[in-house]
Design a protein around this ligand. Structure first.
Ligand code: ATP
Ligand code: MG
Length: 407
């Protein structure tokens, strides 16, 4: 920001970074908006590259793998141009001024700027008040903003779940009304957003909002019947939320939960309700049901682009679960079961299921791949030490980063 300023440009810290600092959290990443064009930014930072198709922005690389994304203030034409309201965004790379840039953002709490001339925040959309009141609100007319980019509905729910904020009435009503529009978005974008939610550590709260708004049913239409209003549906919902609560616990413990475990957890209530999964008692019955599940998963997962091998593991893990439950009381697993290649994942699922059903937390479920937890990365990436030429973000300093204060 200082370097851009010294070169004669405006430069603000924007987006989730400002929001998280305000909430006393350590941001995952930092984004900068500036009056400099991508080419001008490139000239100022030789350690950078231009990326992006719809919007060009510049990634600036610092030591230790730190990347700061710098984008030019964008205009509002994407949301406010009159005309074809029903269509999703056209390709657009128009630049604008800071106010326009704020108004094209998704949520008011994500549209606050932090500037280094007076060390203050600039708030065009009422984001500071919404942060104080703990409200998630779409910037502008909610229906219109959703229509132009339906993925924003997922972002509303994510941030409300993550921060335990309330969703503003009009924003909520617009989500309920337009939820089906999510189907118009490219699968890859929905998938990216969904994985952030499932792996974000607040999946239980996310699922409650997604279920209540109907977004869950748009994302997982195959679940619809099982979660309709009756006593059994209520049980399915409770089990689903409890399973996702266990998933959150694993994520909070710093584990990277493999896709097959994640989707197995998500699908237990479905197959329990509509295929009598837990009644499976024999190896033969398990194999037969695994085939049925595998076929169904292919249809379910076509949009999510889940690998065939992962789907196979999910089917196997699911049908192993009732066998484990049935044999648990004997105190020992049958030999034939322990020899199966899917024994390990089946056992993990069984332990997590037991935890979700109120049994005590399993001592330790460790998944094979356990890369560094993202919070660790965030912490280490932005400390100012180490003599690197990284930006001088100093989370420990008095008064917060750059003296930024909550009050
Ligand atoms: P996180 O902590 O998950 O990174 P974030 O708010 O920083 O949350 P990003 O995906 O990093 O989310 O996006 C950075 C900023 O870009 C957001 O804060 C928001 O201002 C803006 N933004 C992202 N997606 C959209 C969108 N679909 N429409 C409008 N603005 C968006
Ligand atoms: Mg971010």
């Amino acid at each position: 920001m200082y370097r851009l300023r010294d070169a004669g440009f405006l430069a603000y810290l924007v987006g989730g970074g400002v929001r998280d600092i305000y909430l006393g959290k350590i941001p995952k990443d930092f984004d900068i908006s500036t009056s400099a064009s991508p080419n001008e930014i490139r000239k100022i930072f030789r350690n950078s590259r231009i990326i992006g198709r719809r919007f060009r922005l510049v990634q600036v690389f610092f030591g230790g793998g730190k990347i700061v994304e710098v984008s030019t203030f964008r205009c509002r034409t994407d949301d406010d141009e009159p005309g074809d309201e029903a269509s999703v965004l056209p390709s657009n790379n128009e630049f604008g001024d800071p106010a326009e840039d704020a108004f094209r953002r998704d949520l008011t709490i994500n549209a606050i700027f932090y500037e280094i001339e007076h060390y203050t925040v600039i708030d065009y959309t009422g984001g500071v008040k919404d942060l104080q009141d703990k409200i998630v609100r779409l910037v502008g007319d909610p229906g219109r903003r959703i229509t132009r980019d339906p993925v924003r509905m997922m972002r509303v729910i994510r941030h409300a779940a993550r921060a335990s904020f309330t969703i503003h009435d009009e924003t909520w009503a617009a989500i309920v009304e337009h939820k089906e529009m999510l189907n118009l978005c490219p699968d890859s974008r929905v998938r990216d957003e969904l994985f952030k939610d499932l792996r974000g550590g607040d999946c239980r709260a996310w699922a409650e909002l997604a279920l209540d708004s109907g977004i869950f049913h748009v994302l997982f239409p195959f679940y619809h019947q099982v979660l309709l209003d009756d006593a059994e549906a209520k049980q399915s919902r409770i089990l689903l939320l409890n399973l996702l609560g266990v998933l959150d616990r694993l994520v909070t413990d710093g584990q990277t939960v493999p896709e097959e475990v994640l989707f197995s957890l998500l699908l237990i209530p479905l197959f329990k309700a509509d295929s009598d999964l837990m009644a499976v008692q024999t190896q033969q019955a398990a194999s037969a049901l695994a085939l049925v599940i595998r076929d169904r998963l292919e249809g379910y997962f076509s949009r999510l682009n889940i690998k065939r091998s992962t789907q196979d593991l999910v089917a196997r893990a699911l049908v192993t679960l009732p066998l484990m439950v049935a044999h648990e009381k004997g105190g020992e697993w049958p030999k034939w079961l322990t020899r199966k290649s899917y024994f390990a994942i089946g056992k993990q699922l069984f332990e997590l299921y037991s935890e979700a059903c109120g049994m005590k937390q399993v001592a330790e479920v460790v998944f094979p791949v356990a890369p560094q937890a993202s919070t660790e990365v965030a912490k280490s990436s932005f400390s100012s030490g180490g003599g690197s030429r990284g930006p001088a973000f100093a989370p420990g300093t008095k008064g917060g980063v750059f003296g930024f204060r909550k009050d």
